[in-house]
Design a protein around this ligand. Structure first.
Ligand code: AMP
Length: 449
């Protein structure tokens, strides 16, 4: 089964008169987590309203549409998926009518036993409309013999495994749940007399919400009118936070797992400068991902920092293009060097990661064509050797360059004068973390479930 709930953003707004608008702004702040589709469901206490479609948040919604999303509770989602999986059915929220009424769900993460659960449900007569793991949850909730939605949610999550940060909406309540490992982030904030949950705190900053705390791994939060949010410990927490959120995925102004992402990236760059020094005239980031780490590298090494590669912001991420040719072209469309700055210079170029090697090779070629004397590629994370099954979109192992080549071979492939990665220990030290609290599977192959 294709996994469809990958790098995504979720949001929930509870008890606010402008719920749909605040959900919209929260999704807009989190657009970097998914550009494929966007959707919002609201409730006015009697009925749920849903609008979702392919495209960016600003393309899917306008004032008129937001006005039809009535009520003071809202949940929302932006979706990222691999090319080809573009069915509108696979946009979220997933909405359903069932014996207790109506519900909508948004999900960030991947379920690792989705296929087994789905096969079992299908054997028992269930009919599926989408490829989304999330649809399993709808069926599990609908089929549970518990009488209250909260008990049905607990029933359902006990049958699924893997990564999930979920927000549920019924006609009168909102629920937020995070898997026991806390793979994907989910934070709780206060918004006026109400509450907000979101994948990243940059959403809180935009809508003026105040951060309270993270939803705990294994915790289910219940939001009900006139009451403080109720917490149920569904599972004992065993944190295994995704370290790639710090490396690449989250926005630098967000605080993820209680720490500021920009600071973490800068620390990675500082440590990279110690682990992989280079003799050079300037430090150049690959924008935007490499900027904080390049600043850290420059400050630690004392070599001047220059924004010598410009980024065209009107292009989506290059990663999603299916053919190599298109990927090559898209990198060129997106990034261009400032010849005047780099001619005859020895450069340290800092990026956050190498996946297939396409971006790095294009950048080295581009810089050399523009007259760079030497290009030393420095990567602020360890070699990406293993695919992610918990919600970050990475290609299969056979496409991951570091799974198939030595560092020397990668260096030759990307045509750089030298190549250096941050070590796994260095990465953990940069984020003040210990191996046992983080999921580092994409760098180590140590899978948790
Ligand atoms: P590649 O050209 O395949 O080596 O991709 C490396 C580039 O993709 C780097 O500049 C990263 O910032 C970026 N990147 C890394 N992981 C992802 C991801 N999961 N989705 C989109 N872009 C990514």
């Amino acid at each position: 089964m294709r996994s469809m709930n990958e790098k995504c953003a979720v949001v929930g707004i509870f008890n606010h008169p402008e719920a749909s608008k605040f959900a919209y702004f929260s999704l807009h702040a989190q657009q970097h987590r998914g550009q494929e589709a966007a959707g919002i469901s609201t409730s006015n206490g009697e009925k749920l309203f849903t609008i979702k479609d392919r495209g960016l948040v600003t393309q899917v919604f306008d004032n008129q549409k937001l006005a039809t999303l009535k009520g003071d509770m809202a949940i929302g989602h932006t979706r990222y998926s691999t090319a080809g999986d573009d069915s509108i059915l696979d946009a979220q929220p997933v909405f359903a009518r069932y014996d207790l009424g109506e519900m909508a769900i948004v999900h960030n993460g991947n379920l690792t036993n989705a296929q087994e659960v789905r096969d079992l449900l299908i054997q028992k007569g269930a009919i599926f409309q989408t490829f989304m793991d999330t649809e399993n949850l709808i069926h599990l909730i609908a089929k549970s013999d518990q009488h209250h939605l909260v008990d049905r949610i607990v029933d359902a999550v006990k049958r699924i495994e893997g990564a999930y940060s979920l927000v549920f909406l019924s006609r009168t309540k909102m629920f937020a749940m995070r898997d026991r490992f806390g793979f994907r982030p989910l934070s709780l904030g206060r918004l006026g007399d109400g509450y907000v949950v979101a994948s990243e705190t940059c959403a809180f900053d935009l809508i003026g919400a105040e951060y309270i705390r993270d939803v705990l791994p294994g915790e289910l939060l219940i939001f009900e009118k006139g009451k403080a949010p109720k917490s149920i410990k569904v599972f004992d927490p065993t944190p295994k936070h995704c370290i790639f959120e710090y490396v690449y995925f989250a926005r630098p102004d967000s605080n993820v797992y209680g720490q500021n992402v920009y600071e973490m990236r800068k620390a990675m760059g500082e440590r990279l400068a110690q682990e992989e020094p280079a003799i050079a005239d300037m430090i150049v980031p690959v924008p935007d991902g490499g900027i904080p780490a390049a600043i850290g590298y420059a400050q630690a090494s004392g070599i001047p920092f220059e924004m010598a590669i410009m980024r065209n912001h009107y292009i989506g991420r290059t990663f999603i293009e299916p053919t190599q040719e298109m990927r090559d072209l898209k990198v060129k469309m997106k990034l261009s060097p400032i010849e005047h700055l780099i001619k005859g210079k020895r450069l340290v170029v800092v990026d956050d990661s190498i996946v297939r090697g396409t971006t790095s090779r294009q950048i080295v070629r581009m810089l050399k064509a523009a007259g760079a004397k030497e290009v030393h590629m420095r990567i602020s994370s360890p070699p990406t050797t293993d695919p992610c099954y918990y919600g970050v979109d990475t290609p299969n192992k056979d496409k991951l360059i570091a799974a198939n080549m030595t560092n020397e071979e990668i260096c030759a492939f990307i045509e750089a004068d030298s190549l250096g990665y941050l070590s796994n220990e260095g990465l953990l030290l940069s984020v003040n973390g210990k191996e046992e609290n983080y999921c580092t599977a994409c760098f180590t192959g140590n899978y948790i479930v």
